[in-house]
Design a protein around this ligand. Structure first.
Ligand SMILES: Nc1ncnc2c1ncn2[C@@H]1O[C@H](COP(=O)(O)OP(=O)(O)OP(=O)(O)O)[C@@H](O)[C@H]1O
Ligand SMILES: [Mg+2]
Length: 503
């Protein structure tokens, strides 16, 4: 018996209607080590983790903890066995408070059998203080940002003192500083003998934190190795089953007239004096640290948030942005960074989620023209390699990355003049990222334009013609392609450099 093995799964199988998600998986995690799982969207990573956490039951196979066979019927049993999990899809109730969220399913009970809310308050206050989080136990989740909520999930999972912690894309929405904080925490946990299973599509991150790496493809384990025996190129090749030579399909495109001009845009406390322009055929980027105000500016342009002053000119005509509906009619659409809140209707089918935005296009003689709808959707899906058993499948049963692709497809089928993408490749595998970049290039080639808000500097540098950088609610720099560098962007983003030419 190997004393060093904490968790072992053997011959695990799981099918869902129309898909074999896992096919005879063998997988071991050592004590006090970080085991990274990677693989394309839909490869089966989250499904295996949900089986280990008792959310799903396997169709076959066995789980061992400390080499003893266990049956895990639900997440509460998993927690009692020392397993906790940070979920990829943050399912939160917006009206819930921070303390309710932390203690959900684990409320301390007093002597008389009633919930001890004083204890809840005390423990939440302690936890928030210890982690230096600025909000209070009674703050509502809807008032927090995506990054706050993700950080809360991490802290919650760690607070259970488990021996096995599963982290399914924990850094998809947090700031660089918080990633550092998480990595420090992971190192501490490791030193205490905790085993961590870590899933991420960020390959540089994987190599920073992994002890071992297992690559999944189509529900099977391709290979499993200590990190030292692998490099990024090899992992990519194992994941997608082919070598990717060109990461960014950037093309020289003739730049045309102004499509969008934004002058001195303000929203009282959120951002100020934001001016920029976007021409036909351009892909422009918005860089900045989280909280710099990029998302807020885009939300205003899309009609989701108010504008207090400023001028917006769209295709040569001044517009007063009043609603999302009006923006869509004007040919301006936006993919939101928080798809759970704004992107999808989880219980509706993949097809319906895709066509929601352009129903008038498929409404034909007063009825939904099913065939047209189906053709447009399947065409876009094959372009984007969306992995779904059928178009009638509910979107909530797709893998995280594939849900993101459906939301993007929803806007692509609308064929917009201006496409605003807020963190479009979050949670997307390398192969599919490439497809998304190609779609952006295609739009630009058709004389349309793209605004990409991203925290991934390499993708901004790879794909954009110009990059605007924001810091503390205002634009601090504009950089053209020939001058792109991570250093320059970071200087503007941290406010150590501010260009005189902007604003
Ligand atoms: N509840 C469910 N009902 C039906 N099908 C499901 C369900 N959960 C997962 N699947 C399917 O199982 C397969 C594996 O999905 P899984 O979520 O494990 O992928 P993943 O590797 O985590 O991908 P990603 O990187 O996109 O998160 C996919 O084809 C997915 O559509
Ligand atoms: Mg997943």
């Amino acid at each position: 018996m190997n004393q060093n093995i904490k968790l072992r799964v053997s011959q695990i199988e799981k099918s869902f209607p129309g898909v074999k998600a896992l096919d005879k998986i063998d997988f071991t995690v050592k004590k006090g080590s970080v085991h990274v799982l990677c693989g394309e969207n839909g490869a089966g990573k989250s499904t295996l983790m949900k089986i280990i956490n008792g959310v799903y039951q396997p169709d076959g196979g066995q789980i061992f903890i400390d080499e003893k066979p266990v049956k895990i019927n639900n997440p509460i049993q998993a927690r009692n066995l020392g397993i906790s999990m940070i979920f990829q899809e943050m399912n939160y109730v917006p009206e819930m408070t921070v303390e309710e969220n932390i203690f959900l399913g684990n409320l301390p009970v007093g002597k008389l059998g009633n919930v001890d809310w004083k204890e809840v308050r005390r423990r939440t206050t302690d936890l928030l203080k210890k982690e230096h989080l600025p909000y209070s136990p009674t703050t509502l989740l809807k008032d927090l940002t995506v990054s706050d909520i993700q950080m809360l999930e991490i802290i919650k999972a760690v607070s259970y003192n488990s021996d096995i912690i599963i982290m399914d894309e924990p850094t998809s929405a947090i700031t660089l500083k918080e990633v550092e904080k998480l990595f420090t925490k992971i190192r501490e946990l490791k030193a205490r003998g905790v085993s961590i299973i870590y899933i991420s599509h960020k390959l540089d991150e994987i190599f920073q934190i992994a002890d071992e790496i297992t690559v999944f493809r189509d529900g099977t384990v391709v290979e499993s190795h200590p990190k030292e025996e692998l490099d990024i190129e090899t992992v990519i090749a194992l994941m997608v089953g082919r070598k990717l030579t060109n990461t960014y399909p950037k093309e020289e495109i003739k730049i045309g007239d102004d499509l969008l001009k934004v002058e001195k845009l303000n929203n009282s406390n959120v951002y100020h004096d934001v001016s920029f322009h976007l021409k036909k055929g351009e892909i422009i980027g918005f860089a900045g640290l989280m909280g710099a105000g990029r998302t807020e500016v885009m939300r205003s342009l899309f009609g989701l948030d108010p504008i207090t002053s400023g001028k917006v000119t769209l295709k040569g005509k001044e517009v007063k942005i009043k609603s999302v509906r009006q923006s869509i009619e004007n040919g301006l659409v936006m993919l939101s960074e928080d798809r759970r809140r704004y992107g999808i209707i989880p219980v509706r089918s993949v097809k319906e989620n895709t066509t929601l935005s352009f129903l008038q296009k498929v409404f034909y003689k007063l009825r939904l023209h099913n065939k047209v709808e189906k053709n447009i959707v399947s065409d876009m899906f094959s372009k984007m390699r969306v992995k779904t058993p059928s178009l009638e499948t509910t979107i909530q049963s797709l893998s995280g990355g594939n849900q993101q692709k459906v939301v993007l497809a929803k806007w692509m089928v609308r064929n917009p003049d201006i496409l605003i993408l807020d963190e479009p490749t979050r949670g997307i595998d390398v192969g599919a990222k490439f497809e998304i970049y190609k779609l952006m290039t295609n739009l630009a080639q058709e004389g349309k334009a793209v605004i990409m808000v991203s925290s991934e500097l390499p993708e901004l540098i790879g794909m954009c013609d110009r990059i605007y950088v924001m810091c503390k609610g205002t634009i601090t720099g504009e950089i053209s392609r020939k001058d792109f560098s991570q250093e320059l962007i970071m200087k503007y983003a941290t406010g150590t450099l501010i260009s005189n030419e902007v604003n």
